[in-house]
Design a protein around this ligand. Structure first.
Ligand SMILES: C[S@@+](CC[C@H](N)C(=O)[O-])C[C@H]1O[C@@H](n2cnc3c(N)ncnc32)[C@H](O)[C@@H]1O
Length: 252
């Protein structure tokens, strides 16, 4: 990814409604899946490190791995004590001892151009998790929503929940639970994706979607995701949305 995109991520991820709401959903989905304070979490493709404090808070200790030195230096400057490793998720199992982690997370990483084979990353992740350890993945959903925003973030693919579940099962994960989220963003994203198609797929790369919208819009979108969280807390799932989230555990 271009350095300016990491700069933008580092600037907004603590306060932008989408990142805040995603962390709240993750907290909900990881509830009860790790012994609070006594676990190790690994965040593959940690970027500028915005999810590490949440994981360290939930689990006890968290390590971030990313391929991009610039992202890691931003993460380090924001969180001087963070445990950060530069490495390729495609070869993550050669960086740590097998079974070292209780929780493994990947937030919008498998869709990235630097991931040649998402199934290989999942296989590497499985080796790093202890049997019964928890996996949580979020990824952009629905190929038809590819647009300038994806190109700016070096996105190569988007997923559906059935496809993600199949991949996770093949990689050795069980007890899967999935949901989409950010249904409110679907219509605008669809319009932008259609606009992109009409332009032959060359609408400008744009990072506008990770800028703060006006306060009132931000509040409404955050509230809509609060509603989705309410459903998830009751064991339901959101049938469509811009992003998907899946949790599961490594087969024992
Ligand atoms: C869209 S960013 C997501 C950052 C962060 N996980 C988040 O959601 O806020 C994708 C991240 O995955 C990292 N990445 C992509 N391919 C990777 C690979 N093969 N190994 C390690 N990191 C990778 C990129 O450098 C980038 O930081």
């Amino acid at each position: 990814m271009r350095e300016e995109l990491y700069d933008r991520l580092a600037e907004v991820e603590d306060t932008h409604w989408w990142f805040v709401a995603r962390r709240e959903l993750v907290r909900e989905m990881l509830r009860g899946r790790c012994a609070a304070g006594a676990c190790w979490a690994l965040d593959l493709g940690c970027g500028t490190g915005g999810n590490l404090p949440l994981l360290a808070g939930l689990c006890g200790s968290a390590v971030g791995l990313d391929l991009c030195a610039h992202a890691l230096s931003l993460a380090r400057s924001r969180q001087p004590g963070a445990l950060l490793v530069r490495g390729d998720a495609m070869r993550a199992a050669s960086v740590f001892r097998p079974g070292s982690f209780d929780v493994l997370t990947m937030f919008n990483v498998l869709y990235h151009q630097w991931v040649a084979d998402p199934e290989e990353v999942l296989a590497q992740g499985r080796e790093l998790l202890r049997p019964g350890g928890a996996l949580l993945v979020t990824e952009p959903a629905f190929a038809c929503l590819m647009r300038g925003h994806d190109r700016a973030g070096m996105g190569q693919r988007r997923f559906t929940l059935p496809a993600m579940r199949s991949m996770l099962r093949r990689a050795g994960f069980v007890n899967l639970r999935g949901t989409y989220f950010n249904a409110a963003g679907l219509l605008p994203a669809l319009v932008l994706a259609l606009w992109d198609r009409l332009r032959g797929g060359d609408a400008p790369r744009t990072t506008a979607e990770i800028s703060h919208p006006p306060r009132v819009v931000e509040t409404l979108l955050g509230a809509a995701m609060g509603g989705e969280r309410w459903l998830v807390r009751r064991g339901l799932s959101v049938p469509v949305g811009l992003t998907l989230l899946c949790v599961g555990e490594r087969r024992r």
